[in-house]
Ligand binder design. Structure first.
Ligand SMILES: Cc1cc2nc3c(=O)[nH]c(=O)nc-3n(C[C@H](O)[C@H](O)[C@H](O)COP(=O)(O)O)c2cc1C
Length: 403
């Protein structure tokens, strides 16, 4: 389902925007609207909400709204931002980088494409300043639909009438099609987080993986248009947008969910899968007195090897066209990573150093990463950056590979 953030400016054509909302709803779009103060002189928030089925947002400094849905989030939780009618004022504010109300702030803050349907008196539309602003916005990548020529509400004649709702819908569909992303049409699978290997109902063996890197990779792949499945071990991170999430606990469950997700064009395995699991997971809590001690007073846990998900996928009948493994190492990072790539027969290895920081604390589970990408083409050393930036760069590399 496609989500539109609709900014309704203060012009007479706002009445046509009500029809636009209705038509979008019929086509399965969800529309969330921001109504400017001037816009509310022409159509009521009640009409807008009744047609959109969503709350209509009006004020930047509305503490209740801001607590529930910050203006930044509002500006991003959409596939496209549509401004209809786009007043001379809203165009000027965006062209000039001004943000003094909710509509203009959301327009500046959004990371989504913007489509404007200008509507204004013909002299306003032809004024040098509006021409200039329209040029600036077009150069900045803003798309336009209309205005059309004809009789205007003000009694004059010429270009300035807002495009009709169905024309705006055609422009919305074009804008969304152009924005499908470099990985559109491809399917991806990402694993993330640690696995937990049960000793008994209350204890497990796990590791420090936070899942952040994998969640960021899944989000980046989805943002670039790949239909993305994320198989995640137990982590405390909000599900990424636009990604199908399957949660698992153990390595064996992760393997099963991963294989069930095949075939996929791309697989990026970032999960820190436990290599070993306790031989037996006790049905009841193991008691302090349960296990015999050896002569040294030590107790032991007998471990068996877990399935190797990366190697399994490399030899799978549905082997992904691009198989990327992550290697977290504490020593000889590159040598281990190169060996891992050869041993597991994956296409790329992203190696990261998870040894201790200056204070002796493990850096695994942090928010930043310094990685090396190892492929047939050789080795790339990326500078330290946030995990989101590593994910974005990796997604771009993957897009290049499939270009
Ligand atoms: C009756 C009336 C009609 C208006 N129609 C338009 C219009 O079609 N286009 C426009 O750019 N401004 C129009 N304006 C002026 C805008 O409402 C005004 O510039 C306002 O500040 C725009 O605020 P906004 O951009 O935040 O919606 C009109 C004003 C009035 C009083």
């Amino acid at each position: 389902m496609k989500r539109i953030l609709l900014v309704i400016g203060g012009g007479i054509a706002a009445y046509k925007t009500l029809e636009l909302i209705r038509r979008l709803g019929e086509r399965g779009y969800t529309t969330r609207a921001i109504l400017t103060r001037a816009g509310a002189e022409f159509v009521t928030p009640l009409s807008v909400s009744a047609l959109s089925g969503e709350k209509t947002f009006q004020e930047l400094f509305d503490l209740t709204d801001e607590a529930q849905m910050g203006h930044i989030r509002l500006s991003r939780e959409a596939d496209l931002v549509v401004v209809a009618p786009a007043t001379a004022d809203l165009m000027g504010k965006l062209a000039g980088g001004l943000a003094n109300d909710l509509a203009s702030t959301a327009l500046l803050a959004t990371d989504k494409p913007i489509l404007m349907a200008p509507a204004m008196n013909v002299r306003m539309w032809q004024s040098p300043s509006v021409r200039r602003n329209a040029d600036i916005l077009a150069r900045d990548g803003v798309k336009f639909v209309g205005p059309n020529g004809g009789d205007m509400a003000c009694g004059e004649y010429g270009p300035g009438r807002m495009a009709e709702p169905m024309e705006i819908i055609a422009a919305i569909e074009n804008a969304l099609a152009a924005n499908k992303g470099a990985l559109h049409g491809l399917t991806a699978l990402v694993t993330a987080g640690p696995t937990q290997e049960a000793l008994d109902p209350v204890r497990f063996i796990a590791n420090r993986s936070s899942g952040r890197q994998g969640y960021a990779v899944a989000e980046a792949l989805a943002r670039h248009g790949a239909e993305t499945l994320l198989v995640s071990g137990p982590v405390e991170i909000a599900p990424p947008q636009g990604v199908k999430l399957v949660k698992v606990t153990s390595a064996r469950e992760m393997l099963a969910a991963t294989e069930a997700g095949l075939p996929r064009d791309i697989a990026v395995l970032t999960a820190a899968v436990a290599d070993w699991r306790p031989d037996v997971a006790a049905n009841a809590k193991i008691k302090k007195s349960d296990q015999p001690e050896n002569q040294n007073g030590a107790r032991s846990i007998s471990l068996v090897e877990n399935p190797d998900i990366l190697a399994t996928l490399a030899n799978h009948k549905h082997r992904p066209r691009l198989l990327v493994g992550f290697a977290a190492e504490t020593d000889d990072v590159l040598a281990h990573a190169v060996a891992k790539r050869a041993r597991k027969q994956c296409d790329w290895i992203v190696a990261n150093d998870v040894s201790t920081d200056a204070n002796g604390n493990s850096v695994m589970g942090g928010t930043r990463n310094r990685v090396h990408l190892i492929s047939d083409a050789g080795q790339e050393d990326w500078p330290e950056m946030s995990k989101a930036d590593v994910a974005q760069r990796l997604a771009l590399k993957i897009a290049e590979q499939f270009a």
